[in-house]
Design a protein around this ligand. Structure first.
Ligand code: AMP
Ligand code: GLY
Length: 434
């Protein structure tokens, strides 16, 4: 059996470990003891995933044949570079290639230089005052983005969350120097993730994430409160041509980045003129990995080993089933999360939800810490449930039932994947296209 090291300890990494565990001996390295990963892995090292020496030492200790990196922080720290230097193939880009995610100014300039379709209008700045002055000087609505990593929480959009004056004040006060100020895109967001190696792009089904903290898309941006995918590659508010246009963007990006290895994640806004790029990520999405990996029929290990061995990436196939993922997060998340709170997760509720709902239900632990005295929250999302069924409403009902597993002190967005919400997205897109 191949020995594979997975870096990271969130819900995304639990889904990655689950997708590998039948075919490989999986080891994990993460700063928290995720009980779901712990139960599947042959071993687990508690260490910081951005500590390249700790990662290489552990990879050598377990004799890793390959590694898969979950979080962008580890990519930015050069974990893929360090593992590759140590002779451990890593499914994840080098720090230089990961700049497509970790430096938004570079990302936009790269897109413009390479004529990547779907590039929004943008300006880059290396001083906050100049960026803020620019925001005050224009009438059009804009998105203001610090160039560096902010865990999905750094963007403000005028005409949506804030006024121009508030956006300018935010730019001046938030302590970042480098900014991207770009055209506000209006439409419906969706994600397409693709496996990439040797210039070959293998896309997976589209997913819609829900970034805003509260029901009805209110409140601050989060890492993602939940997400859904349909049976097949598209979503109810998009056409096959929209999906293929998004895949064309990923193809054009990889053509301009031939050395890229790993998952390339495209975040798109489906506008009246078609998909535009909100951003790229250099890794699986969290929660989106939990939608796509459970319905992937092709073993994830085959993708990783093909990339390692220089074989053409297999064309992955997917079950024709819908998925709905809902996160339970600590009270106060994302602005003032209550970490260190003891929580209980009733796993039997999840199995019962699947049985009652006529589909499957999965539980993915996220940023929780399993200690001898119990299970505790961190400052990030706690666990997710995923309903898998023939259609989105059935999958949603299963996920909603399974969420009864959440004990006191956790918060959820009940509306993710509901018929009402999905139909409102369909109506929104129809009105924009009119
Ligand atoms: P990002 O960190 O780039 O993923 O941005 C976080 C969120 O901000 C996105 O998921 C969008 O909801 C929103 N956003 C980012 N860029 C834009 C844009 N140009 N127009 C409208 N909304 C945006
Ligand atoms: N779901 C958004 C992200 O993974 O960045």
């Amino acid at each position: 059996m191949e020995t594979v090291l997975v870096i990271g300890g969130g819900g995304r990494e639990h889904a990655i470990v689950r997708a590998l565990a039948d075919d490989a001996e999986v080891y994990a390295l993460s700063s928290n003891r995720n009980p779901g990963i712990d139960a599947l892995a042959a071993g687990m090292e508690i260490a910081d995933g951005t500590d390249t020496d700790a990662v290489v030492d552990y990879a050598e200790e377990i004799g890793a044949d390959a590694a898969v990196v979950g979080p962008e922080s580890a990519l930015a720290a050069g974990v893929a570079d360090a593992l590759d230097d140590a002779g451990v193939f890593t499914f994840g880009p080098t720090a230089e290639a990961a700049r497509i995610e970790t430096d938004k100014a570079y990302q936009r300039e790269f897109m413009a230089e390479n004529d990547i379709p779907g590039t929004p209008g943008f300006e880059t700045f290396d001083a906050a005052d100049a960026a803020a002055d620019y925001v005050e000087s224009i009438d059009d609505d804009v998105a203001v983005k610090p160039a560096g990593l902010t865990g999905g929480k750094g963007v403000r959009v005028t005409g949506d969350q804030v006024s121009h004056a508030e956006a300018a004040a935010y730019v001046r006060e938030s302590g970042h120097d480098e900014w991207v100020i770009e055209e506000r895109l209006v439409g419906e967001e969706f994600t397409v993730q693709a496996f990439v190696a040797d210039g070959v792009v293998r896309p997976t089904p589209a997913v819609q994430d829900h970034k805003r903290a509260y029901e009805g898309d209110e409140g601050p941006n989060t890492g993602g409160m939940g997400s859904y995918s349909d049976a097949g590659p598209t979503l109810p508010f998009m056409t096959e041509a929209d999906y293929l246009a998004a895949v064309d963007v990923l193809d054009a990006t990889v053509e301009a980045l031939p050395a890229y290895t790993g998952v390339l994640y495209g975040q798109f806004m489906l506008t009246a003129e078609g998909p535009k790029v909100v951003e790229f990520n250099a890794r699986f999405g969290d929660p989106e990995a939990m939608n796509v990996l459970p319905v992937m029929e092709t073993p994830l290990l085959d993708v990783v080993t093909a990339a390692r061995d220089g074989d053409t990436l297999p064309e992955p196939t997917f079950e024709n089933r819908a998925t709905v993922c809902k996160y339970a997060v600590p009270a106060g998340y994302p602005t003032d999360p209550e970490s260190g709170a003891e929580i209980e997760v009733d796993e039997s509720t999840v199995a019962a939800a699947a049985e009652a709902g006529g589909g499957d239900a999965l539980l993915f632990y996220a940023s929780v810490d399993a200690r001898e005295d119990g299970l505790f929250t961190t400052t990030s999302r706690s666990f997710a449930v995923v309903g898998v069924a023939a259609d989105i409403p059935t999958a949603e009902a299963i996920a909603a039932d399974a969420l009864d597993a959440a004990g006191d002190g956790l918060r959820v967005r009940e509306d993710v994947g509901t018929e009402e919400l999905v139909q409102s997205r369909v109506a929104h897109m129809a009105s924009l296209r009119d």
